[in-house]
Design a protein around this ligand. Structure first.
Ligand code: HGY
Ligand code: MN
Ligand code: MN
Length: 417
């Protein structure tokens, strides 16, 4: 906690205005935001963000995957910057706060330091990570995963969306195919503010989540091949119905996650029947699914149990079920010193807090592989997220941004002001 700076607070009204101003880029009739990565709405919010960062005295740089780095100079430019930020892309039926709060609060930290005439010793870097959500292009958190070396930039640039558009083409279309090599820019630490996206903080009347670790995650692509047939003439016992087989897979995923509960969650989120028709028995379909757990051993067990269940369903239903695990992220642990810094800042600011793990994955979960990293959570209404009804209060968002401000100050040091 920077000495005698406790009364330094962000401009709550300005942060709240920004959150609601940027929500118009991709606003949906139900009050949510649909801002798929590298689409036209993402370009709009990126352009807005670049202008705002430059107006706040930052130089903005873009890497080959479109991630945006806004540098606020410090007294000692030989020191690696302290990084803070999140993401501005959303789910198809996303909300106003997921990712946005952390990115705009980081900008607000810079503006507050400017207003207060404070120069930090180390420079700061505000980051907007490309494609955290993974909805249009898989995997989730792809840009920060490439930054830490889990993928090459070329591997990511070649990924295609459901319409066959590649990441490279989409970046070019919106003009964010940056020159900077991915992973070149180094930081001394990374701090990400985010809504909890779960019910715990609200239920316990806590304002700040001091995040110690996250869940590991496994994503799968699946395909089921049965036999399309006439819905009227094919006797039930002779059918090889791909959708009925998938229904059993869905129930198996739920059963396996419950068997490991509360240390596991499992979801089948997408299913596409090839050439669907009311009076044709589904013959071919694809699906996507995921498992998460804070324990690597539980992830191992879930993978093995899933494959066993699928082999049994495939045999009994006389269908082929192909399952491809397209990525696995080990459960991340955040840096204890940074976790303590968040708790110290929360306590000094008088916010009730509790230590917890993150159910959702975040760019910070990748950064923690390579540099000291931590997260700060604030409550969201009823724990709802990845839903247009996602909501948070101005006071909680402000509290989170104040904790971010003081955590970053404790890491970067105050040179003047
Ligand atoms: O899926 C996740 O956990 C992240 O919110 N995209
Ligand atoms: Mn997010
Ligand atoms: Mn999300």
């Amino acid at each position: 906690m920077a000495e005698n700076k406790t009364n330094l607070q962000i401009d709550s009204a300005r942060l709240w205005r920004d959150i609601h101003e940027t929500a118009k880029f991709g606003a949906t009739p139900k009050g949510g935001v649909r801002r798929l990565t590298l689409g036209p709405e993402d370009k709009e919010v990126r352009d807005w963000f670049r202008v705002a960062c430059e107006a706040a005295g930052c130089s903005v740089h873009v890497d080959a995957l479109g991630t945006m780095f806004a540098i606020r100079p410090g007294r000692d430019m030989s020191r690696q910057p302290v990084a803070l930020g999140s993401h501005l892309d959303t789910q198809p039926t996303g909300g106003k706060y997921d990712g946005v709060l952390g990115t705009l609060a980081a900008l607000e930290v810079v503006r507050t330091l400017n207003d207060s005439g404070i120069e930090t010793d180390a420079p700061l870097c505000v980051i907007n990570w490309t494609n955290e959500e993974g909805s249009r292009f898989a995997p989730a958190t792809m840009a920060s995963a490439a930054y830490v070396g889990e993928y090459t930039a070329d591997n990511i640039l070649a990924r295609r969306d459901a319409n066959g558009v590649s990441v490279a083409e989409a970046l070019q279309t919106i003009g964010y195919n940056g020159e900077e090599p991915v992973g070149q820019r180094r930081f001394s630490a990374f701090v990400e503010l985010h809504i909890e996206q779960g019910p715990i903080l609200e239920a316990e009347h806590k304002t700040i989540g001091v995040v110690e670790a996250g869940q590991g995650i496994m994503w799968y692509d699946g395909a089921i091949t049965g036999m399309a047939g006439h819905a009227g003439t094919t006797p039930m016992p002779l059918r090889r119905d791909a959708l009925v087989a998938l229904s059993e897979v869905v129930l198996a995923v739920e059963r396996l996650a419950l068997a490991h509960s509360p240390n596991a969650v499992g979801t089948v989120g997408e299913n596409v029947i090839a050439n669907p028709s009311r009076n044709v028995i589904p013959g071919d379909l694809t699906f996507t699914m995921e498992f998460r757990s804070a324990s690597a051993a539980t992830l191992d067990a879930l993978d093995a149990e899933l494959r066993e269940a699928i082999a049994e369903i495939s045999k009994r239903r006389k269908v082929t079920i192909d399952l491809d695990r397209i990525f696995r992220k080990e459960p991340p642990r955040f840096d204890p010193k940074l976790v303590d810094a968040v708790e110290t800042a929360s306590n000094a600011l008088g916010y009730p807090s509790r230590r917890m793990i993150s159910g959702a994955t975040h760019d910070a979960c990748n950064l923690s592989d390579v540099i000291p990293t931590t997260m700060i959570f604030v409550p969201c209404k009823d724990g709802i997220s990845h839903n247009e009804a996602e909501d948070a209060t101005q006071s909680d968002c402000t509290a989170g941004a104040n904790v971010l401000l003081h955590t970053v100050l404790s890491l970067a040091g105050v040179a003047k002001g």
